[in-house]
Design a protein around this ligand. Structure first.
Ligand code: GLN
Length: 245
């Protein structure tokens, strides 16, 4: 039987807007295909044996919660996470979790957070928050998928040329409200500002992430199609709403 192992990093600290629902979605989409998924929660003080896992999930968090993690990152997790990224493990990181994979975050009130440094990007807080439903399009390498989501962040993220954006903003702010980019893609990392039901609303993205992880373990696996009528209806309705703006 096919099986994947998911590591949920800092589930008790980084979990805004029910971001953890994305794990339930991954588990369901695998179970419907007879694939087993085991989820392990790893938080402050727990060891991170990164090689035990196929997919890492990191949700969003407020500035304060991100600051709480700094010591734990410096005590070893930053190194383990960087190794996992470099060895092409699959990551899905949301908002504060996305920022955390970068080099640093300078909050709007002047605090400096030294982050993981696995992705060459940084974030600077702005007084005005970027909030609302938004939409972006992934590039051809990621099948040009149009992603609908909800963003709420003060941080403006800037990518170096070593990291490509996850997509091009079609509506809303994205990474910084300035350069038209959203999220980050590096090796097998998918990082985005989209909170809440990202994967339930974007089944194509969900399957792209699952396929990426499954192929590493089972190169010949074929992911059978699911009936995504409801999911696609929800997705297409938001595309329509956001296009009309
Ligand atoms: N604290 C970060 C910001 O405001 C992340 C917020 C979040 O995860 N929603 O930019």
């Amino acid at each position: 039987m096919y099986q994947l192992k998911i590591c949920h990093l800092y589930p008790d600290i980084l979990n805004l807007y029910g971001d953890r629902g994305n794990i339930i979605c991954m588990q369901k989409r695998m179970a419907w295909r007879g694939i087993q998924a085991e989820v392990t929660e790893v938080s402050v003080g727990d060891p991170l044996n990164y090689d035990d896992y196929d997919i890492f999930f990191i949700g969003g968090g407020q500035d304060f919660e991100q600051e709480v993690l700094l010591k734990d990152l410096a005590d070893g997790k930053a190194k383990a996470i960087t190794q996992a990224v470099n060895e092409e493990k699959v990551f899905l990181a949301i908002c504060g979790g996305y920022q955390m994979l970068g080099n640093y975050y300078k909050t709007w009130d002047g605090k400096e957070c030294e982050f993981v440094g696995a992705l060459d990007l940084y974030t600077v807080g702005a007084k005005e928050r970027m909030i609302g439903n938004y939409m972006y399009q992934c590039d051809a390498a990621d099948d040009g998928i149009v992603v609908v989501g909800f963003e709420n962040h003060s941080g403006k993220t800037y990518l170096s040329d070593k990291v490509r954006p996850m997509g091009k903003v079609l509506a809303g702010s994205g990474n910084n409200g300035e350069d038209g980019t959203e999220g980050a893609r590096y090796k097998n990392v998918f990082a985005t500002y989209s909170h809440g039901p990202l994967l339930p609303k974007n089944p194509k993205l969900a399957d792209l992430i699952l396929k990426t992880a499954l192929k590493r373990r089972y190169p010949d696996i074929v992911l059978e199609e699911l009936d995504d009528t409801f999911e696609n209806n929800a997705h297409d309705y938001m595309v329509q709403r956001l296009s009309a703006k």
